[in-house]
Ligand binder design. Structure first.
Ligand code: TRP
Length: 332
């Protein structure tokens, strides 16, 4: 029987802190599922995080704990390449060449750059501006076919495709043109303001569930979740709070929206919120336990990220060598 060639998938997450329930249900949990069907590489994008000023000692710890979170969420270093971006120098190296093949005008149109520049008016550094060229390098080094990204990264992926197509046109076929893979997790909204995405920087700490939160804290936050003034647990336009809770409940239990509506017919929001809180707390319990085990076994973590870096390096180096040759750099 002819075996179909497995596609290559790559994604990354910045080590900005403990992952939220949104990061988990929207992205990282699905990466773990996808490693069964694809050649997968997942990385901690530490170089990207340097576009914002970091406190060095704290940053170093956070990179390690985010790597542990990646594994705790189910990314299996036996099935995927799980690595840390800065451990593979080819990312920075290709990023330079790609920067020289990316236009100022293109980078200026990136909405994330405009937003971040407005947020950090005191530190609009060049890295913040060229960030998409580094992301393009991350993706193109592995000749990725598919890139699972949220909507906020879609524009960067489009730019990656433009850069790759242009490069291929000028220098001959070099890069696989990647596609966004958005048929993935649910978009999780803030529990305090369900019109906004769940975020660690939510001004209201009850809006955001972190995946290492204690069960009691999780249940409490769900009890306080903002809903609406009618009574029915059903998915309908205008019921942002209930829609969000149903999305979360469905994601952790596997129940359909209709089943949830049927199960909670005649019951109040209080019962529903308690059920969601408990289901989430139970679902995250093994993740928290695995994380604690991993953090108590640093030698194993080091072994994993070193192996990941070696595997990544081998693939990345091949692409970088090809690019250096194509653009006419002299081999040493
Ligand atoms: N920029 C992405 C984010 O902030 C993280 C990231 C870096 C990434 N490199 C990537 C995502 C490559 C997908 C592919 O969410």
């Amino acid at each position: 029987m002819e075996e179909q060639k497995k596609k290559v998938i790559l994604s990354g997450i910045q080590p900005t802190g403990i992952f939220t329930l949104g990061n988990y249900l929207g992205a990282v949990r699905n990466w773990a599922k996808m490693q069964e069907d694809f050649h997968s590489a997942y990385m901690i994008a530490d170089l990207h995080a340097l576009t914002v000023r970091q406190e060095p000692a704290d940053f170093r710890k956070r990179i390690l704990s985010c790597y542990a979170l990646l594994l705790a969420c189910g990314v299996d270093p036996e099935k995927s390449i799980a690595f840390i971006q800065s451990h593979v120098p080819a990312h920075s190296q290709l990023s330079w060449v790609l920067s020289c093949n990316t236009q100022f005008g293109e980078l200026s149109r990136m909405t994330q750059f405009k937003d971040k520049a407005a947020q950090h008016a005191d530190n609009i550094n060049a890295g913040l501006f060229t960030y998409p060229s580094l992301m393009a390098a991350d993706i193109l080094l592995y000749q990725a076919d598919l890139v699972p990204v949220g909507v906020d990264q879609k524009q960067h992926l489009e730019l990656t495709r433009d850069i790759a197509n242009r490069f291929n046109g000028v220098y001959g076929n070099t890069f696989t043109i990647p596609e966004a893979y958005t048929a993935q997790g649910a978009k999780i909204m803030s529990l305090a303001d369900p019109t906004k995405k769940m975020s660690k920087s939510d001004p209201n700490p009850n809006g955001c569930i972190l995946i290492l939160d204690e069960p009691g804290a999780i249940v409490k936050k769900f009890k306080r979740a903002v809903t609406d003034s009618d009574m029915e647990v059903c998915y309908r336009e205008g019921k942002d709070g209930i829609n969000n809770l149903m999305t979360i409940y469905s994601a952790v239990t596997g129940l359909s929206m209709d089943q949830i509506t049927a199960d909670f017919a005649g019951k109040g929001y209080g019962d529903f919120k308690a059920a969601v809180g408990e289901a989430v707390a139970e679902h995250l319990r093994p993740v928290r336990e695995r994380y604690n085990d991993l953090m108590n076994n640093k030698d194993y973590l080091v072994e994993c990220y070193r192996k990941g870096a070696e595997q990544a390096e081998r693939i990345a180096r091949r692409t970088l060598d090809k690019v250096y040759k194509k653009v006419g750099l002299l081999a040493k």
